[in-house]
Ligand binder design. Sequence first.
Ligand SMILES: C[C@H](O)[C@H](O)[C@@H](O)C(=O)CO
Length: 492
Amino acid sequence: MMAVDFGASSGRAVTGHFDGERLSIQEVHRFDNEPVQLGGRLHWDFLRLFHELKQGIVKAKQQLGRTPASIAVDTWGVDYGLIDPKGRLLGNPYHYRDLRSESAMREALQLISEADLYAKTGIQSSSINTVYQLLAEEHLRFDQNASNLRMLFMPDLFHYYLSGVMASEYTIASTSGLLDPVNREWNIDVIDTLSLPQSLFNPIIMPGTRLGGLTPDICSELSVDAMPVIAASGHDTAAAVASIPATSSRYAFISSGTWSLMGIELDEPILTERSRQLLFSNEGGAEGEIRMLKNIMGLWLLQECRRTWAVEGAQLGYAELTEMAEHAPRNSSYVDAGDAVFLPPGNMPQRIQEYCRSSGQTVPQSRPEIVRCILESLAFKYRQTLSEIEELTGERLEHIHMVGGGIQNRLLCQLTANVTGRTVIAGPVEATSIGNLMIQAKAHGEVHNLAEIREVVRQSFPPETYLPQNADEWEERYQRYNQLLVLQKMKG
Ligand SMILES: C[C@H](O)[C@H](O)[C@@H](O)C(=O)CO
């Protein structure tokens, strides 16, 4: 089998061999995912990404010596492409960090209240949500043809160009702010209230659905057989959560990458006014369960600092940045890693210093101090989010499973254990690709449910454990962080 995982900053094609007990994986192609600023708007470079996908298929066949048994694509959430009646893509998809949807969000909330929208869709209100992006869409506002257009989320868009089949896979559709989290279907009432054409939306399919084989064009272009295209779990976070090597059900998870998605798995959504105020979303899982989670800015803060420092002439690797933070002077400045001020691209070191200055804190000057401030602020945000999850569920969670590329930052894993006072179980790094591959294995009937998938992951990719250290010292520092946030909120 092969999985193609598109993250917000990089992508990879990974082959997987499942022998009935263990999964072994091989990365056959890795590539950068660089968005493009064009005419003041931020876009994904879809043609480039589709080319990289095809490179991945060619290299997978070379590595395996035959066409893989199947393929599935997963990507980040919320973004989409529009397809015209002739099946053509109407331009490069917009990037969710493009701020075009902010005004559309304000307009939408004139038509339906935030509380009502949350009760009907269970998604935290954010301008990145697909619902607001669609309302900002020129093609829908001014195009006579609007009612003949079809919307395909990023993984569905790749699957369409591989198989010719249009459909909306459940987990990715659940990131839109347009799905009813109870019946797991489009919320027509919301769609009509916002005057979006119903014809835009494709039928919802559940994870593991076979869409069809590769098109003859793709097969002849790449000299491969028509392997099945499977809509495994299109949303990368859902694929990552599916591969958590958990033994019990009472744990919190953190899917760590460009974003940190922190939450818990539930049978049914929590749609209370309190969960809305705390900015929790109810996204869909690989077996129809609910991932109640919060979007936290994550390592995007570090990625953007690294990009800014590169422009200043300092090419710094992530390991180097972490090393610097390990030896940084004692930090006492924090930012709220949930604050939307950090969403758009830009000079992040300056934005962090400005945040500390305007909140009356010591301003971190050096790069090591800024990295340390970021990592500690993330760990404190995880602690705050953990207590909110426990408040909403009424349960104490004994440990935290951390998965994804971000766990390679061992300092952040240890800080998370220290600040939360809980055991952190870290792994696998390639959780998204592994989850994608194992849901394909399920579609092939090789495994039957999430519990079996997690047993395979545990045996194949043993996780690492971090135990809390110096809990008292971190408890006192967390209280200071909390006071700071409360003050910030009061200052609005
Ligand atoms: C916008 C983010 O991509 C989305 O909210 C998040 O869930 C994700 O997909 C992270 O990869």
